[in-house]
Design a protein around this ligand. Structure first.
Ligand code: FMN
Length: 152
């Protein structure tokens, strides 16, 4: 069973978590890139604006990423939603065995989880990590234990 991981990260938390999961299960980790500059103060303003405005985002990824048995997608939460590039990715691709991990700072993560379950019915499971709750390792364990037959 080949597992791949794809993430977007503006400030590095989702990247670190993606790499942590990747190390635990020896999965290749990819960054989802796009045509926007999200860094710095201008990037933060752009990120805040993207919550309300539909933006013309162009995502860049190698389609070979879909060549796996299980795909784990990680997204920070911006204004209660996945970031624009992950939304575009999930709307565009199809994969029969996919999980989504959303990562936020402190707001109620059950709302974005429920929204993602509704918006992307083809995703098997949605997991939420809230940094303020320091539940990262617990949620990673849930994610990997749900696939215990594969990884243990
Ligand atoms: C534009 C923007 C909006 C955000 N909205 C929320 C939010 O609604 N709820 C929350 O708990 N955290 C929110 N955050 C915090 C991020 O979800 C959190 O810091 C996340 O871990 C960032 O991931 P990254 O370091 O991989 O970019 C927001 C951050 C940004 C930049």
């Amino acid at each position: 069973m080949k597992t791949k991981i794809i993430y977007f990260s503006r400030t590095g938390h989702s990247k670190r978590i993606a790499e942590k999961i990747g190390l635990q299960i020896q999965a290749t980790v990819y960054e989802l890139k796009d045509n926007m500059v999200w860094t710095g103060f201008a990037g933060l303003l752009r990120a805040l604006k993207s919550i309300r405005a539909q933006n013309d985002i162009v995502i860049q990824y190698d389609s070979s990423i879909l060549d796996c048995d299980y795909l784990i997608v990680l997204s920070p939460i911006w204004g209660g939603q996945e970031v624009p590039s992950i939304k575009a990715f999930l709307s565009k691709i199809e994969h029969p065995n996919m999980s989504l991990v959303v990562i936020n700072m402190g707001s109620d993560i059950s709302i974005p989880i429920e929204n993602a379950e509704r918006n992307y019915p083809n995703i098997k499971s949605v997991y939420g990590i809230t940094r303020k709750l320091k539940n990262e390792d617990t949620i990673i364990n849930h994610l990997l234990n749900d696939k215990r037959d594969v990884y243990h």
